[in-house]
Design a protein around this ligand. Structure first.
Ligand code: GTR
Length: 358
């Protein structure tokens, strides 16, 4: 047994496989895992809207010195007789027949920002679809704002979606739109990506939407890619106290009652297997806990094996900063520095995806 296997064993995490012996059976098991996660952590994933219409507004085809076309989009919905909309943006390079693409769940909005280096992304031949998360619903306990008003009826019931589930729902609607662009987008190579709370959101999106081939979590930490058992930094107790509205009421209730959960974050990640899960950490981000993120991903190797795929390939030790492990179907990367989604992070994710496409 190597050191990584030993460290995983010591965490005593429940296994999502639990006796399942084939990929077929694990596909069935996924439905149970989804139900568990919905009922006990993030809340029920809202269903498809009755009607969605995407308005392509202003088109700017001189983006980045003419290398790409930018469109302002408005996603409009009808649900139970109510209508709602949120703005989004696409930037599609001109120099490629069909581009791989990112659906980026954005903190700040605008055509580029500190976490979203749009020009660098499109220069490398990737298309970018982004929306600002608080345009969908506010990041607070108010369930009357934005789409939450229509998706979460009256008082929040035990399994009602928290805000993370609602943002993930929006990312899936953006994916619905991307699917209509088969002439310019390589629909087999689409990634969902988010940082921190939106890294948790990206993991939930990928777990429920198999149209995403790459699921990228940057510094997602607690309730994201990091194992909860023996985690350092932020833990369920703290996150549920400070951000109860990210989760369903049942999660907050169980956490407050110190219930031993029947899952750990490996359950969430297992739903994206056998697709490419890419986890990025930062050395100084102890709050998120890089080692717990790494071990969570490494623990999924038996799940990948069910599909005759290689999970994370590593040398049996917890990786040091400046390491990229991307030979397997899952990838892990840790850089120096603190909690942030940097240019270097984006470039590393693009390197990893390009190598998989080859
Ligand atoms: C923190 C929270 C983390 C992380 C972060 C962020 O306050 O404790 O779980 O999500 O916010 O999203 O920036």
């Amino acid at each position: 047994m190597n050191n990584v296997e030993k460290l995983i064993n010591e965490r005593n995490i429940p296994s999502p496989i639990d006796g399942v012996k084939s990929a077929n059976d694990f596909e069935k098991k996924k439905e149970k895992i989804k139900k568990l996660i919905c009922e006990r952590q993030f809340g029920e994933m809202p269903g498809n809207p009755d009607h969605m219409f995407v308005k392509e507004g202003e088109i700017y085809d001189r983006f980045a010195a003419g290398k790409a076309t930018k469109r302002n989009l408005t996603f409009k919905f009808e649900m139970d007789g109510n209508s709602f909309s949120f703005p989004a943006m696409s930037v599609i390079p001109k120099n490629k027949k069909k581009c791989p693409a990112f659906v980026y769940i954005d903190f700040d909005g605008g055509e580029a920002n500190k976490y979203m280096p749009t020009e660098e992304i499109v220069e490398r031949g990737f298309a970018l679809f982004s929306f600002k998360y608080t345009d969908v619903t506010s990041d607070d306990n108010d369930f009357k704002k934005g789409v939450a008003k229509y998706l979460v009826k009256s008082r929040r019931k035990n399994n009602a979606p928290g805000k993370i589930a609602i943002w993930a729902w929006a990312a899936m609607r953006v994916m619905d739109y991307v699917q209509t662009l088969a002439d310019v987008i390589d629909l087999d190579n689409i990634a969902v990506i988010g940082h921190s709370r939106l890294g948790k959101t990206a993991l939930l999106t990928g777990a429920f939407d198999t149209r995403f081939k790459y699921i990228i979590s940057n510094d997602s930490g607690c309730c994201g890619a990091a194992l909860e058992r023996d985690k350092v930094g932020e833990r369920y107790a703290r996150i549920s106290e400070v951000f109860p509205y990210w989760f369903c009421p049942a999660f907050n209730r169980d956490v407050a009652a110190k219930v031993e959960m029947s899952f750990d974050q490996n359950f969430l990640l297992s739903l994206s297997v056998p697709r490419h899960i890419i986890i990025g950490s930062a050395e100084d981000d102890i709050w998120a806990d890089p080692t717990s993120e790494f071990l969570c991903l490494a623990s999924l190797s038996p799940v990948y094996s069910l599909y005759k795929k290689h999970g994370l390939i590593h040398n049996g030790e917890v990786p040091k900063p400046k390491t990229v492990l991307s030979d397997g179907d899952a990838a892990y990367y840790i850089r120096e520095g603190s909690h942030y989604l940097s240019r270097h992070d984006w470039n590393t994710y693009m390197d990893i995806i390009e190598n998989k496409i080859k």
